[in-house]
Design a protein around this ligand. Structure first.
Ligand code: ATP
Ligand code: ZN
Length: 286
């Protein structure tokens, strides 16, 4: 039987939608959201398993799944033997320390001798020892933000995005200890056939990510400004320059990084460029 990649995704939660979208953009089709536990792709040798995110590192280590998508926070906290294969850039969040709003904060040393509630005892423990702070870590699995209010701990360490949960529990964020994004994880050693499927998948993921970070740019330029404008638009190899029907003008086509675009657009315009079109790219292969 030929090989198939088993890929574990979060069934429903903050990683799910972007994970499904990523495979869709990679041209890999499968059914999800039907309540099924797994689904085989109709056009790529992959089977998708829909699980709770916390269980994914364990399933990957055990070989139930070959790959998985989890938050880096979950991967780093877990003790399972897994490898980060690729960073995916979505589901960004931070792990922060928070204390009751009325409490003074002069720095991390304030936590010496205190108790801190968290679902991330390993990440917190490492951070505290790096900072040479000795505090008691109280591990709880959910609703960490209520711990100070019920007298369970004097501080918490939890995932923060907008801070509104902290605010409604009378807490203030005082220190970020870890920044996380979604990552693709794998077993440290995959069989050759699975590794080559993973390489194919990574090729597609990188093409999708590159396309997101770049734009196709088309503009009209007077011929005497071409050198200056093309030097601002190096493109993948070099820009395409073709003459316009109007004498003395050319059309310039190139690819530009989204950040470089905003940095260079004024210079491009003041060099004489007109009729600038910026177009999204669907896939980009170097
Ligand atoms: P499950 O039911 O699968 O166990 P969960 O409740 O543990 O889900 P989610 O809240 O869906 O998990 O979060 C999954 C991951 O998404 C987190 O581990 C983290 O990496 C990331 N994440 C958490 N909160 C946010 C947020 N507010 N914004 C963006 N990403 C987040
Ligand atoms: Zn979870």
């Amino acid at each position: 039987m030929s090989s198939i990649l088993r890929i574990a995704l979060q069934k429903s939660g903050r990683l799910s939608e972007d994970s499904y979208q990523l495979f869709k953009e990679c041209g890999i089709r499968f059914d999800y959201g039907t309540g099924k536990l797994k689904s085989v792709s109709s056009n790529f040798p992959a089977e998708f398993l829909f699980l709770r995110d916390d269980d994914i590192p364990g399933y990957v280590e055990d070989g139930v799944a070959d790959l998985g998508i989890v938050g880096e926070n979950v991967a780093v906290e877990s003790t399972h033997q897994i490898e980060t294969v690729h960073r995916l850039g979505f589901s960004k969040c931070r792990l922060s320390l928070a204390i009751p709003r009325g409490t003074d904060w002069n720095g991390i040393q304030d936590l010496n001798g205190k108790s801190i509630a968290t679902s991330y005892p390993r990440i917190l423990g490492n951070y505290l020892s790096e900072q040479q702070v000795s505090a008691e870590i109280h591990e709880i699995s959910g609703s960490v933000e209520i711990a100070p209010g019920i007298g369970l701990a004097e501080a918490i360490c939890d995932i923060v995005s907008s801070g509104s949960t902290l605010l409604s529990n009378g807490l203030k964020e005082v220190e970020t200890i870890f920044r996380s994004e979604a990552i693709l994880i794998a077993r440290p050693t995959l069989e050759d056939e699975k590794q080559s499927l993973l390489n194919k998948l990574l090729f597609r993921i990188k093409a999708v990510q590159a396309a997101k970070n770049n734009k196709y740019i088309v503009l009209n330029a007077p011929n005497n400004a071409l050198d200056q404008i093309t030097s601002l638009l190096p493109g993948m190899k070099s820009p395409t320059v073709t003459p316009l029907a109007t004498e003395g003008w050319s059309s310039v086509h190139s690819v530009i990084n989204e950040n470089d675009f905003w940095e260079n657009i004024e210079a491009i315009r003041s060099a004489g460029a007109q009729g600038i079109l910026v177009i999204p790219i669907e896939k980009m292969i170097y």
